[in-house]
Write a protein that binds this ligand. Structure first.
Ligand SMILES: [Zn+2]
Ligand SMILES: [Zn+2]
Length: 163
């Protein structure tokens, strides 16, 4: 998952999760999508109505489509958004989905077992242990596979600066 930050009228920031394979309708004729499959898996894009004037990092979006990168700034009609490829990781219980072999943890190399406390990386989707005796996820400040931050504070790590 990833996060869309939208600036409120009082200039504070509100975050919304960008789910995979779904469309997030924002105001002002903007839609945000995140691809789950295909060549663009994991990437997000902005779709704009053709009569909507929108800029990403100061450049006009032509043809109503633009892929987004971490910390891109989106401006339209005086509204400001930021796209973040980060989202808050969540400690949960591992359960094998869809059959197949259980994955092995990239830190300790041991298999994930049913019901073990673990974290699924929000960016690369790998499972890492997060048990008292095996804190594989939080051992490093960033995911060893994709570098997503591992802080378990419940808050997205990156956020736009307050004005
Ligand atoms: Zn592990
Ligand atoms: Zn990762």
């Amino acid at each position: 998952m990833s996060t869309l930050w939208q600036q409120r009228d009082d200039r504070s920031w509100q975050s919304r999760l960008l789910p995979e394979d779904d469309v997030l309708e924002a105001d002002d004729g903007l839609r945000f999508v995140r691809f789950k499959q295909g060549a663009q898996a994991g990437e997000a894009a902005l779709l704009a109505d053709l009569d909507t004037i929108v800029h990403v990092n100061g450049e006009p979006v032509l043809g109503g489509f633009r892929t987004l990168e971490h910390q891109d700034e989106i401006l339209t009609a005086g509204r400001r958004f930021y796209y973040s490829a980060e989202t808050a990781p969540v400690k949960t219980e591992f359960h094998l989905q869809g059959g197949g072999k259980p994955p092995s943890c990239p830190v300790c190399r041991r298999k994930l077992e049913e019901g073990q406390k673990a974290v699924q990386c929000p960016r690369c989707s790998r499972w890492l242990h997060e048990m008292p005796e095996r804190l594989c996820w939080s051992y490093f400040p960033n995911c060893p596979i994709c570098k997503h931050p591992t802080a378990l504070t419940g808050e997205p790590v990156w956020r736009p600066e307050e004005d």
